[in-house]
Design a protein around this ligand. Structure first.
Ligand SMILES: [Zn+2]
Length: 340
């Protein structure tokens, strides 16, 4: 049998607990046969669905990394029914550097799930997830947040696609998680994102944008942790602890391309409203100032539509083309469930 550039000792079909590594070959000047050991834990007990929990796809997004690190320390395999695969730091080099992309190859793991995999360390991780892990899975939960450059009001996310029964099943899982905002996108993702690989494998893709700005907050942690505990309960993998039981008000929302807005010049973006505000189209989102030419008039930035300001830029300095944020608008349930 030939040697693989990414190998593991974990036997994915064996009952019990295995804490191991996905060993990614990384051959460089100082270490010809070196590996990057990406932590992976398997918890398998009896029959039941398989759920992949992944964090650290982007290294500067910390809520999921913290939650999954605690989960593998505390979760007893005897308490679960089914199979949990846990990757607390999927793009390990990026996670250890605290950066969105990998310092090894500038690879953005969540843009490496296209139809072909380039020969790079980050793409090899994507390929292993897509071709080895996802074929075993029923549901894939992928933790995200705004990272260093964006800040999100904590929300969960789902891609809605498939036949009538599948679409209803995905929406049920999303709504059972019961985040204050449930964000749906209709149809299979077109870009090379993890949701695209889940779709190719007929696996339900759930995610969330839990805060950001390069920081970690109690509020974002709580929404994220509650979401995955409720998801595990919904799937019958783990009983719901009383602390996660009470339901909160939740809104089903979505976005179109027009809800994203961008800087059209360099400068400093000064927002005119707070994240989470209900805004009207044409209302001022903020101004772009140029401290380097202070007498240049401030340039207004307007909200492109009415909606809820769910995501904002977290870094004051902007360049032309930077995303300044986006809105979500209420999603009619019948349209969410319509043929994708
Ligand atoms: Zn992310």
């Amino acid at each position: 049998m030939s040697l693989s550039p990414l190998w593991t000792d974990i036997d994915w079909n064996r009952d019990g607990r295995q804490d191991g590594f996905l060993n990614l070959e990384h051959s460089v000047h100082r270490s010809a046969y070196g590996i990057v050991p990406i932590p992976a834990t398997l918890l398998k007990n009896g029959t039941g669905p398989t759920l992949l929990l992944m964090a650290g796809s982007h290294g500067d997004e910390y809520e999921g990394q913290a939650i999954l690190t605690r989960l593998v320390q505390t979760l007893d395999v005897g308490r679960i029914s089914g199979r949990l695969i846990v990757l607390p730091a999927a793009n390990l080099p990026a996670a250890m550097a605290g950066t969105r992309v990998s310092p090894l190859d500038e690879g953005n793991l969540n843009r490496c799930f296209g139809d072909v995999y380039p020969d790079s360390p980050t793409a090899r991780i994507a390929q292993f997830i897509a071709e080895t892990l996802l074929p075993m899975c029923d549901v894939f939960f992928d933790f995200h947040c705004g990272g260093t450059s964006l800040n999100y009001l904590p929300c969960t996310y789902a891609d809605i696609w498939g036949d009538d029964e599948r679409r209803r099943g995905i929406l049920e899982a999303l709504e059972f998680m019961n985040a204050p905002i449930s964000w749906v996108q209709h149809g299979a993702p077109q870009g090379p994102v993890a949701g695209r690989a889940a779709y190719r494998n007929d696996v339900t893709y759930l995610s969330g944008e839990f805060g950001g700005g390069g920081a970690i907050t109690r509020d974002a942690l709580r929404v994220a942790e509650r979401s995955i505990h409720r998801l595990m309960a919904h799937l019958g993998i783990l009983q719901l602890a009383p602390e996660w039981e009470p339901r909160v008000e939740s809104r089903l929302m979505w976005a179109r391309q027009k809800h994203y807005f961008y800087a059209d010049r360099d400068g400093v973006f000064e927002p005119a409203a707070e994240l989470g505000a209900e805004v009207a189209g044409g209302e001022r989102a903020g101004i772009i100032l140029t401290p380097e030419t202070p007498l240049q008039p401030a340039h207004p930035v307007l909200f492109p539509d009415s909606g809820k300001w769910i995501c904002t830029r977290a870094i004051g300095r902007v360049r032309r083309g930077d995303c300044l944020g986006h809105l979500l608008v209420d999603a009619p349930r019948n349209e969410v469930l319509s043929d994708a």
